[in-house]
Design a protein around this ligand. Structure first.
Ligand code: ADP
Ligand code: ZN
Length: 571
C-alpha cells in the first residue's frame, strides 16, 4: 500500500511542476488591461487574438503589435461577447492551461488511485456503479416515498409509462402532454413527486427554479433555459423540473403596457423549447407553482403545460401516512399515537410533518434519549409552527410582558367564546426566534368548508389581540405587535366579500383583482366591515373583562398555558 502512495504522490508532484512551469512561462510578459481600454483596442482594430481560460473572471488577449505581450482583461461575461469578437475579426480560442486544470488532473489521479485502492482492498466496485446510477436520477426517489396524494399519483402513472415506452403511445396516435403543471401550497410534495416520476421511469432529473431568473440581465434567463433543454435532450429521455414557474410565467397586468423584457424573453425561450422537442421522445417538462390563477394563459395552452394537477394539503389520512413514512427510520416510544397526531396537525404540509418528526428527533438526541417520546414531539410542534422559543428572556421588560399577556389572552378568550368547536391547544407569551411575541395555538376542526359565521369569527379572533391591548392600556398605548394579525384579517375580509360572496351588500358580485391593487369600492366596503368587527370584538372582550384579567395574570405567572388550563379559567 505504501508503494502505491509514493508512486501516486510523485506523479501528482511531477504534473503539478510541469503545469506551473508552463503557467509561469506564459506569464513572463503578462500585463493587465482594463475592459474599456480593451474595447478601444478592438475599435482600433489592433486586437489580434483572444484566449479564454476556465477562470471566467479574465481572458487573455494579444495585440497585433508584433510583441509577445499577453494582456489580462476582466471578462464582462456577456452572452454574445464571443460573437462580438468574431464579428470584429478577432481570433478566439479556449485554453485550459490554468490552475483549474492542475486541480482537475490531480483530482482524476486521486479518484483513479482511490478506485484502484478500493478494488485492491476488495471493497466491491459494484457499490460504486450503483452510486453513480442513483445520482443520475436524483437518489432514485420512487412513488412509495410520496405518501398520500393518491389522486395526483394516479394521474402521473401514464406519464411514467410514456417516458419508458413512448412508442407504445405514438403507435395508437396518442399525443402525450409535453408539460405537467403541479399546483398547490408549498411543501406539499410537488418536487418530490416530480423526482419520483424521474425515478420510476429511470431517467435523469434536471431542475431549476423560476426565482433564479428574477432580476437578471436581459437574455441570461433565456440562455439558461436553452442550455437546460440542451442538456436534457442529450440524455434523450428526461424529466425537466421548473419550480416557481410563476416567476417567469406570470400573467401580465391588465392595464399595464410596461412589459418586462427579461421575463418575456425567458418565457418565450421556454415555450419555444417546448414546442421544439419531439412528442414521442420521452422528455417531459414539469412546472410547479403555488398559485395557478396568476399564470400566463400562454403556458396552459395545448402542447404546453396542458395537464394540470392539484397537489393540496394532506387530509387526516394522508397526514397519518406521511407521518408513518417519515417515522419509519426513527425509534418512537409507545406513547406516540399516530391517529391523535394526524388529527392535531390540521393545515400541516408534508414538509411540516417531516420537519415535526425531525425536530422531535433532534430534541431526543439533545436529551440523550434513546426513544422519541410524545413530549419531544410536543415541543417540536411549537417549533415547527412558531419557531424555536427564545431561551434567554431576561432582556424582556415587564411592560412588554404585560402587553403580550393581554394580547394573547384576548386571542384565547375570543377563540373560546366565538369558536368553541376549535380545540385550544396552548397559549404562550414566550417569544420565538421567528419574531412572534407569543402565540395561540388553536386547532380547527378538519372540515372541507368554512361557514360565514366561522369566517367572521376567525377575523374577530385575529383582531382580539389588538382589542385587548386597547381595552387594558388605552388607545394611545396600542402596539405594533398586532401587525401580523391585521394583515391576515385584512386578506380574510377581502376574500369574505370578493371571493366568497358572503357580504349581503356586495352580494355575489366579484370584482376582478388587478395587479395595481383593489377597486376603491371594495376597499371602502372592507374597511367599514373590519372596523365594525373590531368594535364587536372589543365589546365582547369588555363584557368578559374578569376572565381576560385572569387569563393574562396566569400567563404572566406561568408563561405557557395548556388547553385544559384555559378551559378551567374560562369555566
Ligand atoms: P414542494 O415542492 O411542494 O414545495 P417538496 O416536494 O419540496 O414540496 O417537499 C419537501 C419535503 O416534504 C419532501 O422532501 C418530503 O420530505 C416532505 N413531503 C412533502 N410531501 C410529502 C408527501 N406527500 N409524502 C412524503 N413526504 C412529503
Ligand atoms: Zn396576535
Amino acid at each position: 500500500m505504501k508503494k502505491y502512495a509514493v508512486i501516486i504522490l510523485s506523479a501528482i508532484l511531477i504534473i503539478v511542476c510541469i503545469f506551473t512551469g508552463l503557467h509561469f512561462l506564459n506569464n513572463d510578459t503578462e500585463q493587465e488591461l482594463g475592459y474599456p481600454e480593451f474595447l478601444e483596442a478592438v475599435e482600433n482594430g489592433s486586437v489580434g487574438e483572444v484566449r479564454f481560460t476556465r477562470d471566467s473572471d479574465f481572458f487573455y488577449s494579444r495585440l497585433n503589435d508584433g510583441s509577445e505581450t499577453t494582456y489580462k482583461v476582466p471578462d464582462p461575461q456577456k452572452e454574445d461577447f464571443i460573437e462580438f469578437l468574431l464579428l470584429n475579426g478577432i481570433r478566439v480560442s479556449h485554453s485550459d492551461n490554468n490552475a483549474g486544470d492542475i486541480a482537475g488532473v490531480a483530482a482524476v489521479i486521486i479518484v483513479a488511485a482511490g478506485i484502484i485502492w478500493r478494488s485492491r482492498a476488495d471493497s466491491s466496485s459494484k457499490e460504486l456503479i450503483s452510486d453513480a446510477r442513483k445520482k443520475k436520477n436524483s437518489a432514485n426517489i420512487t412513488l412509495d416515498q410520496v405518501a398520500g396524494n393518491t389522486e395526483a399519483k394516479s394521474m402521473v402513472l401514464d406519464i411514467i409509462g410514456f417516458i419508458r415506452d413512448p412508442d407504445k403511445y405514438s403507435a395508437v396516435g396518442a399525443r402525450m402532454p409535453k408539460g405537467l403543471l403541479f399546483y398547490g401550497p408549498p411543501g406539499t410534495g410537488k418536487t418530490l413527486l416530480a423526482k419520483a416520476i424521474a425515478g420510476e421511469a429511470d431517467v435523469p432529473f434536471y431542475s431549476m427554479s423560476g426565482s433564479d431568473f428574477v432580476q437578471m440581465y436581459v437574455g441570461v434567463g433565456a440562455s439558461r433555459i436553452r442550455s437546460l433543454f440542451k442538456k436534457a435532450r442529450k440524455s434523450e429521455k428526461a424529466v425537466i423540473f421548473i419550480d416557481e414557474i410563476d416567476a417567469i410565467g406570470k400573467k401580465r397586468a391588465r392595464n399595464s403596457n410596461a412589459s418586462n423584457d427579461e421575463r418575456d424573453q425567458t418565457l418565450n425561450a421556454l415555450l419555444t423549447e417546448m414546442s421544439g422537442f419531439n412528442d414521442s421522445q420521452g422528455i417531459i417538462v414539469i412546472g410547479a407553482t403555488n398559485r395557478l390563477d396568476t399564470l400566463d394563459e400562454a403556458l396552459l395552452r395545448p402542447g404546453r403545460f396542458d395537464r394540470q394537477i392539484e397537489i393540496g394539503l394532506p387530509d387526516v389520512n394522508s397526514r397519518k401516512k406521511i407521518l408513518r413514512l417519515h417515522a419509519a427510520n426513527k425509534p418512537l416510544s409507545e406513547d406516540v399515537d399516530f391517529d391523535a397526531l394526524a388529527k392535531a396537525t390540521v393545515y400541516f404540509s408534508g414538509a411540516m410533518l417531516e420537519s415535526l418528526l425531525n425536530e422531535a428527533a433532534i430534541q431526543a438526541a439533545n436529551e440523550k434519549s434513546r426513544l422519541i417520546t410524545r413530549a419531544h414531539i410536543d415541543k417540536a410542534f411549537y417549533t415547527v409552527i412558531a419557531g424555536a422559543p427564545i431561551s434567554d428572556r431576561s432582556y424582556i421588560g415587564e411592560h412588554d410582558r404585560r402587553i403580550t399577556a393581554y394580547h394573547e389572552a384576548g386571542h384565547a378568550l375570543a377563540t373560546r367564546l366565538l369558536l368553541p368547536e376549535n380545540h385550544i391547544s396552548r397559549v404562550t407569551i414566550i417569544p420565538s426566534v421567528k419574531g412572534a411575541g407569543g402565540f395561540n395555538l388553536s386547532i380547527p376542526r378538519d372540515t372541507l368548508y368554512q361557514s360565514q359565521r366561522q369566517l367572521l369569527s376567525n377575523i374577530k379572533v385575529l383582531l382580539a389581540g389588538r382589542a385587548a391591548e386597547e381595552l387594558v392600556f388605552g388607545v394611545q398605548e396600542i402596539t405594533t405587535g398586532a401587525s401580523n394579525d391585521i394583515q391576515k384579517a385584512s386578506s380574510l375580509i377581502v376574500d369574505y366579500v370578493n371571493k366568497y360572496g358572503m357580504d349581503p351588500d356586495m352580494g355575489l358580485f366579484s370584482l376582478p383583482v388587478q395587479e395595481e391593487g383593489l377597486d376603491a369600492r371594495l376597499v371602502e366596503k372592507c374597511r367599514a366591515l373590519i372596523n365594525s368587527l373590531y368594535e364587536d370584538t372589543r365589546l365582547l372582550l369588555d363584557s368578559h373583562r374578569e376572565v381576560l384579567e385572569e387569563l393574562a395574570a396566569r400567563l404572566l405567572e406561568r408563561e405557557t398555558l395548556e388547553g385544559s388550563d384555559i378551559e378551567d379559567i374560562c369555566a
